[in-house]
Structures are given as C-alpha cells and as structure tokens.
Write a protein of this length. Structure first.
Length: 362
C-alpha cells in the first residue's frame, strides 16, 4: 500500500504551487523587491523544496537546523539561511549548513565569526532590529549601528548582508509605512557608518506583502522573507490577492463513524482532553461523522475548511475530528474520504506529524 492509499493524507498540487511562486516573484520584482523563500511551513518537504529551489529566490530559509540538513542532503542549489536566531549549542551546524543567518546579539556574532574562522568559511548575517513586535532584534539604533560597524570592520569571517525586521509574529504589530520607513532610516544609518550600501533591507514576512502589492512599500525596502503567502496564497491583515491559489494543499481524512447523536453532551460537564471547557449548542439529534485525524495532527479544528458544502467542523480530540453532516447525511458513510482546505497554521502541524502521509500531484 502506497502513501496515496493511506490517510490522513496531505497532497500538494505542484502546478498550483509553482504558479503561486512565479506570480508573487514577478509582482515583487516589479517593485524591486527580492524574495527569501521560507520552507519551514512545510517542514522542508522535498517536493515543495524542489519548486522553491527552481524559483530563483536569493535564499531558501527555515527556522530549524534539521531542515537545513534535509535541504543540503537533497542537493539544493539556492543558498540557505537560518531565520531563527542561532543557539550557541548549534552554532557549528549553523555555520556548516547555512550560508547566512539572522542575528541580534553581539556575543553571538563574535561566536559565529570564530566558528566560521574555524571552518574556513564566510558566513552572511542579517542584523535584526525590533520595531515594536517584541520578538528578536536590537532595540536601540545605536546598538544596531555599533554591531554593524564591528561586523564590517573586525569580524573578518562574517559578511554583513543588511538589516531586517520581524512584525506580526508575536506582538501582532501590523507592517505599515511608519515602521517600514523606520527600517529604511536605520538601514541608511548603517550604510553611512560602514561606508557602503547593504544588500538587503528585509521588511518582514508574508504579512508585509500587501504593501508591495498596493504600492505603499518604501523604495529602500528591497527584500521580504515569504512562506505563508507562497504556500497558501494569502496572509493575514487582508493580504488576499486574486491571482494566487489558496488550494495548493489538500487534507484528506477517512470517515470512521457516521450516525445520529445528540448535539449536546449528556451528563455533568467538565473539561476536555486538553483541559479546556467546551461550548456546545443544543440543536437536537443530528447526523455526526468522525474522521481519523485530530488536534495532534493539525492543531486547531478551526483551521480546517471542508470542501463539501454542508459539512461543519464541530471540534476535535487528540485523534478524532467531529463533523456535523446533517445537511449531507445521505452522501456520507463510513470509509468515505473527505477533503479539506488548510491554512498556514494547520499546514505547519500536518507536515511535522509523522502519521500524516505526504503526497504530491504534478
């Protein structure tokens, strides 16, 4: 039995994926913005990585060293970047496997330089500045500029690629003209201090794409680190272009039970398997279907979107998802395979779950 005959199954339509990569690359190029292609959202899935590698991005990037190793073993030709600040304990692997990394600490920069010297390499670094999202990055402009000068003049085995910012990942800060102009101004300060232009002024991730598409991105911002919008065709903050595919990935799950049951639990209510209080609506007796996939596989059941009209996701436990199928009860039986669209959050979970079978469609 092959992966195509086993469930739960996640399929990628490589044709639709390629069209997403091409369309977004062309529109970013029209605004003189380059792309670092981020594959962490699919756990560096080889079939997907091959399409990213062929797309002609400046770097392929991920946040995990094991995924860098997978790409090296796959023979990826595009330079690789680690987009999570390195740990000191993994630094030898980072320098060995990645051509560049995001950095936000002076001691780590010095340690990276020493490790690159030991390995006889030059390692690229993108210095991160925190503009309010409160994740990684130098907090003061002076500290950023001082770090840039030290990298440029003293750390001979590092190459300063430029500066970057992260937004909307922790602190929910929206990328906008104000913080992008702030990034541009900081890039200018760095350039004046080191006496040359930097290659990258990296304005964030998929949530920044809308500014490129609507023409509001400051001209000095010339790079984005994109994963979500390339993979699922959209991003938060209303970036929902009409030229991308949102269905390049399909989750398929098998029905393992289908019968009429009450819609409100019977007995004394407590908490669910994850220690959370449930909320239920009494709609009387309804036809309910169980599929053999659960929170362990995809995370939040709210991130699954049934393709069959009339199917409603009610909730899930670790290994089961409960569906209301009253509107289509004559069309569903045990053994049927149901299809779902997924968002970026569920895609991350599904591709990191060993029990989900990954297949590709040319």
């Amino acid at each position: 039995m092959t992966a195509r005959d086993r469930y739960p199954q996640l399929e990628v339509d490589l044709g639709k994926l390629k069209e997403n990569l091409t369309a977004l690359k062309e529109r970013c190029q029209d605004s003189f913005v380059g792309i670092i292609g981020v594959v962490k959202g699919v756990n560096a899935w080889p079939a997907v990585v091959r399409e990213f590698d062929a797309a002609g991005f400046s770097y392929l990037a991920t946040s995990r060293v094991d995924q860098l190793r997978k790409m090296r073993e796959q023979g990826v030709q595009t330079p690789l970047m680690l987009i999570r600040i390195p740990m000191r304990t993994e630094l030898a692997d980072v320098v060995s496997l990645a051509d560049a990394s995001l950095q936000s600490d002076m001691d780590m920069l010095r340690a990276t330089d020493a490790e690159a010297a030991r390995q006889g390499k030059t390692h690229g670094v993108l210095l991160m500045i925190d503009l309010g999202d409160l994740r990684e990055g130098f907090w003061s402009a002076e500290e950023l500029v001082d770090a840039a000068v030290e990298v440029e003049t003293k750390l001979k085995h590092l190459h300063l690629l430029g500066v970057g910012v992260n937004l909307s990942c922790y602190g929910s800060i929206r990328p906008d003209k104000r913080n992008m102009q702030g990034l541009s101004s900081l890039a200018l300060e760095v350039e004046q201090a080191i006496g040359r232009p930097v290659e990258f002024v990296s304005g964030g991730a998929s949530t920044s794409t809308y500014m490129v598409l609507d023409g509001t991105m400051p001209y000095r911002v010339n790079n984005l680190r994109l994963g979500e919008i390339l993979l699922v065709g959209r991003a938060n903050y209303g970036c929902d272009p009409d030229f991308t595919h949102r269905d390049a990935f399909t989750l398929r799950a098998e029905v393992i039970e289908c019968r009429d049951k009450p819609s409100f639990p019977v007995g004394q209510l407590t908490v669910d398997a994850f220690g959370r209080e449930g909320h239920y609506e009494d709609r009387g007796i309804r036809r309910r279907a169980l599929i053999a996939v659960g929170k362990v596989d995809y995370g939040d059941p709210a991130d699954l979107f049934p393709r069959m009209s009339g199917v409603e996701v009610l909730g899930a436990s670790s290994d089961h998802t409960i569906l209301d199928v009253e509107a289509v009860k004559d069309r569903i039986k045990v053994g049927d395979i149901l299809e779902f669209d997924v968002n970026y959050a569920s895609l991350v979970n599904l591709t990191n779950t060993p029990g989900v079978f990954l297949v590709s469609k040319e």
